[in-house]
Design a protein around this ligand. Structure first.
Ligand SMILES: NC(=O)c1ccc[n+]([C@@H]2O[C@H](COP(=O)([O-])OP(=O)(O)OC[C@H]3O[C@@H](n4cnc5c(N)ncnc54)[C@H](OP(=O)(O)O)[C@@H]3O)[C@@H](O)[C@H]2O)c1
Length: 277
């Protein structure tokens, strides 16, 4: 595990974590509340969000938190979320773009609506919220952390729209660093992480499915990794040895990566209901 998250750094920092009603985002809130951060949790579904808030209040009675339901694919709802954060806490230090939507399907078989939704949730939602939070982040000299994936380092079979959306977060973070001199931005590239039982992903035809993998990182470990990257303002943080190897080979020997991946094309991101991949 990377160096620990320090209360000295996190105490009183206002942190907005998207997609925090479950999974990795909820674990991030669990990491930060005992350190004294002021945490805003958010997701679309009010019911699961209030349930998450209730659980966090039971676990951390002293924890400072607020919640706000918003569909971040809608720029107006992104603006309302930023307004809630500033009205409740006065400022914003860290914005973590964690909300995401996963999918499986080949380029030919995936219907346009799935492609649209995946780009909307993984890229446009992050873009709208970043845009709305810009003034607050510049005022605080804050940090933006994007949660990406190894599929954001290179394309894989059966996840092209997801991969494209995650890659675009790299461009967004690089562009932000150039446009907003007082704000830092970075991307955390995660490998396979255990899935929340409530998590669904889209299939090529637009139907949803659930799945679990036998080998994966714990959610808590992934959450700590993302927050560690934010604490240290890493521009690029790649989790796991395999992820680091992939990033290195992709940069220096892309033909080798093409060859290796084409040999197993489809297998890595194949999915059937509750598939053991
Ligand atoms: N799990 C993995 O193996 C893995 C690997 C690499 C990277 N990642 C990335 O890590 C992040 C978290 O993954 P996870 O597995 O914890 O995801 P998850 O369990 O599916 O949680 C996604 C969260 O995003 C929220 N959300 C979805 N659409 C939204 C929208 N339009 N507006 C606002 N909130 C929305 C969901 O709540 P509502 O449905 O109520 O909105 C939920 O709270 C994602 O960005 C994912 O791509 C995950």
């Amino acid at each position: 595990m990377k160096s620990p998250l320090t209360a000295r750094f996190w105490h009183s920092r206002v942190v907005l974590i998207t997609g925090s009603s479950r999974g990795i985002g909820l674990q991030m809130a669990r990491c930060l509340l005992p350190l004294g951060a002021c945490v805003v949790i958010t997701a679309r579904q009010t019911e699961s969000l209030t349930e998450a808030e209730k659980r966090l209040r039971q676990e951390f009675p002293e924890g400072q938190m607020s919640f706000f339901a918003a569909d971040l694919t809608n720029p107006q709802e992104a603006a309302l979320l930023v307004a809630h954060t500033l009205e409740t806490w006065g400022h914003l230090n860290l914005l973590v773009h964690n909300a995401g939507l996963s999918m499986r399907g080949s380029v030919e078989q995936t219907v346009p609506e799935v492609v649209r939704q995946v780009i909307e949730v993984n890229f446009l939602a992050a873009y709208w919220l970043t845009r709305e939070a810009g003034a607050a982040l510049r005022a605080s000299g804050g940090h933006v952390e994007f949660v990406s994936s190894q599929a954001g380092l290179r394309g894989f079979a059966n996840v092209v729209p997801y991969s494209a959306a995650k890659m675009s977060l790299t461009a967004l973070s690089q562009g932000l660093r150039a446009e907003w001199k007082t704000v830092t931005a970075g991307v955390a590239y995660l490998g396979f992480v255990e899935n929340d039982p409530q998590k669904t992903l889209l299939q090529a035809d637009g139907s949803t499915t659930t799945y679990q993998r036998p080998w994966k990182m714990k959610q808590q470990e992934a959450a700590r990794f993302v927050l560690w990257a934010a604490q240290h303002k890493k521009k690029k943080a790649v989790s796991t040895f395999l992820g680091k190897l992939l990033a290195l080979l992709q940069a220096w020997l892309p033909d080798v990566v093409d060859w290796v991946i084409s040999r197993g094309a489809g297998r890595l991101h194949r999915v059937t209901k509750n598939a053991k991949i």
